[in-house]
Design a protein around this ligand. Structure first.
Ligand SMILES: *[C@@H]1O[C@H](CO)[C@@H](O)[C@H](O)[C@H]1NC(C)=O
Ligand SMILES: *[C@@H]1O[C@H](CO)[C@@H](O)[C@H](O)[C@H]1NC(C)=O
Ligand SMILES: *[C@@H]1O[C@H](CO)[C@@H](O)[C@H](O)[C@H]1NC(C)=O
Ligand SMILES: *[C@@H]1O[C@H](CO)[C@@H](O)[C@H](O)[C@H]1NC(C)=O
Ligand SMILES: *[C@@H]1O[C@H](CO)[C@@H](O)[C@H](O)[C@H]1NC(C)=O
Ligand SMILES: *[C@@H]1O[C@H](CO)[C@@H](O)[C@H](O)[C@H]1NC(C)=O
Ligand SMILES: *[C@@H]1O[C@H](CO)[C@@H](O)[C@H](O)[C@H]1NC(C)=O
Ligand SMILES: *[C@@H]1O[C@H](CO)[C@@H](O)[C@H](O)[C@H]1NC(C)=O
Ligand SMILES: *[C@@H]1O[C@H](CO)[C@@H](O)[C@H](O)[C@H]1NC(C)=O
Ligand SMILES: *[C@@H]1O[C@H](CO)[C@@H](O)[C@H](O)[C@H]1NC(C)=O
Length: 461
């Protein structure tokens, strides 16, 4: 009725109201997409929030640093908001600049008010839209074809999330430090040609292996549910669970909900598997289920060749050269952080009297020669002595039918012994290391008394 009499005013009012609502929708309701010409910037608090409010993409201040220098994705409701992805980890925005993150000239780009670009990805399409999904994946699609042009899930930083696909091209690279997202020393990736096998590389060299296969000391350090998590997009899952096949062993992993899981390659070199626990009583949070390497002796070849790791010792006693060996790098002393390994004090097969150090309960890296079936230890030792390259042998009496324990027979190492660990397991390997008698000094006396190596180590320590 009012409208009839004051039609024009009323229309005006309606329009203003509509406009207000529109702008309110624009500013009040969070968006989850970025279109060309519609970036988010570091001066406003505007962020992208995924549809189901699980993840948020925003300019980030990382602990202690005052201004927004990174664009990243973090959990939206789970606190503290763990950062799962960073766009410009190696190209931070300077403190003083105003940053813009969006699509410009066919690129997904972070730029500043002077149009300097800090990080840019060419999308190969002039019209596209980026959308933050509830999985935490930022997906850029072509507006016309709907084809995916780029996805953050194919370019993770240090975190693996449910829905990612751990293939040969996927790597997790650690942060440099807990507060520094710059690419760090450690990467986590598949191990080529090892089914469900993963490795951590430290600046390109092997730092940890999830599994070792073969007939010698096969092991599996990867918690089976993690193996399923990492390979969930490939593996065959029934309603009840997943069958994990590893050589000669089949494990069944009951069905799990991985939506609340994440895997982190942390800056200290550990890959960590977390589960989010929701609790009504107020102690919700991330619970660390597994880490690898699980201890300092589980680092691959932790003490270097001919160095032996003992987890019961403190930091500086962790690594020790076997008797008759000395640190390869004398100048550096013995630094467990930089295991340079050990070298022989005297060469074998050079005409000196030689003896064998008998070590029990050892972990040791694979021998480089195939198993030979000999009748007794005397034969095995002779095989070693007959070969100038032979560094050590292991004769196993036990006819062990387990696939992951010591195998019956005679093993010969002609290359350096690696990955040694003492008091590893009661069913570890017994190995006999060939050394020149004089290089173990006081030994002739001790040898006659058949003292165990553990005593020798005490004497020589
Ligand atoms: C930053 O974004 C907000 C919200 O979209 C906008 O109001 C503001 O003008 C933008 N700032 C600059 C410098 O473009
Ligand atoms: C980041 O730091 C800047 C400068 O101190 C501040 O204006 C901004 O609100 C901070 N942003 C967040 C998300 O804390
Ligand atoms: C778009 O990105 C490509 C490389 O990704 C770069 O060569 C090109 O200069 C960028 N264009 C703009 C306008 O930033
Ligand atoms: C993932 O699982 C499938 C099916 O079980 C298997 O064939 C494939 O080898 C696995 N991939 C890796 C990398 O282990
Ligand atoms: C698995 O079993 C087959 C035959 O049963 C055998 O040839 C092979 O060496 C075994 N592999 C391992 C890793 O034990
Ligand atoms: C990464 O490597 C460098 C050079 O070896 C070293 O100085 C630094 O401490 C390492 N960082 C970590 C976290 O291990
Ligand atoms: C190691 O064992 C062999 C065979 O049992 C024995 O002859 C030798 O003396 C032992 N060596 C030491 C250092 O005890
Ligand atoms: C070990 O086996 C060989 C045959 O391979 C045999 O000649 C020798 O007598 C055996 N030695 C012992 C101590 O049993
Ligand atoms: C290792 O040696 C001990 C005796 O020192 C023996 O009881 C054990 O069976 C040996 N282990 C293997 C795998 O041969
Ligand atoms: C080991 O044990 C199996 C049966 O458990 C037997 O068939 C095989 O001949 C044994 N091997 C040796 C070398 O004793």
């Amino acid at each position: 009725m009012i409208c009839k009499s004051h039609a024009i005013y009323c229309l005006h009012l309606l329009c203003s109201l509509l406009l207000l609502m529109c702008s309110c929708l624009h500013y009040c309701a969070a968006r989850d997409t970025i279109t060309a010409g519609n970036p988010i910037n570091s001066t406003s608090s505007e962020t992208l929030i995924s549809d189901g409010k699980r993840f948020e993409l925003r300019f980030l201040n990382i602990s202690g640093q005052s201004s927004s220098r990174y664009v990243g994705i973090q959990y939206y409701t789970w606190r503290p908001p763990e950062i799962v992805w960073i766009f410009n980890r190696d190209n931070p925005l300077p403190d003083s600049a105003t940053g813009f993150f969006g699509i410009i000239n066919g690129n997904l780009t972070l730029w500043d008010e002077s149009r300097i670009s800090y990080f840019s990805i060419s999308l190969g399409s002039s019209r596209s839209t980026a959308k933050l999904l509830d999985s935490g994946n930022l997906v850029v699609r072509d507006d016309q074809s709907g084809k995916s042009l780029w996805e953050s899930f194919n370019h993770p930083t240090d975190t693996f999330l449910p829905g990612m696909n751990m293939n040969a091209n996927l790597k997790l690279t650690s942060w440099k430090g807990p507060d520094d997202p710059t690419s760090g020393n450690f990467t986590f990736q598949q191990e080529e040609e090892v089914e469900n096998g993963y490795i951590i590389l430290k600046r390109g060299t092997i730092y940890w292996k999830s599994r070792e296969t073969g007939s010698f000391n096969s092991y599996n350090n990867l918690y089976d549910p993690v193996a399923v998590f990492l390979n969930s997009s490939n593996s065959i899952q029934s309603n009840a669970g997943t069958i994990l096949n590893s050589p000669n062993k089949t494990t069944f992993v009951p069905v799990r909900n991985y939506n609340n899981a994440r895997l982190l390659m942390n800056s200290y070199g550990q890959v960590q598997y977390f589960i989010w626990r929701d609790s009504k009583t107020g102690s919700s949070g991330w619970s660390l289920k597994r880490s690898g390497p699980r201890d300092r002796c589980s680092v691959y070849n932790a003490c270097g060749n001919f160095g032996s790791c003992n987890i019961n010792k403190n930091n500086w006693g962790l690594c020790k050269c076997l008797p008759g060996f000395q640190p390869s790098s004398q100048a550096a002393g013995w630094d467990p952080a930089v295991p340079s390994g050990c070298t022989r004090m005297s060469r074998i097969c050079a005409g000196h009297k030689e003896v064998f150090l008998n070590l029990t309960m050892m972990k040791v890296g694979k021998p480089d020669t195939p198993l030979s079936e000999v009748q007794n230890e005397t034969r095995c030792r002779k095989e070693c002595l007959d070969n100038c390259q032979c560094q050590a042998y292991s004769y196993n009496e036990a006819n062990n039918t387990r696939t992951d324990g010591p195998r019956h027979g005679c093993w010969i190492w002609t290359s350096d012994l690696s990955d040694l660990q003492e008091v590893y397991a009661t069913d570890g390997y017994n190995i006999s290391v060939r050394v020149v008698a004089s290089s173990i000094g006081i030994l002739p006396f001790l040898l006659q008394n058949k003292l165990k190596l553990s005593c020798l180590l005490v004497f020589l320590a």
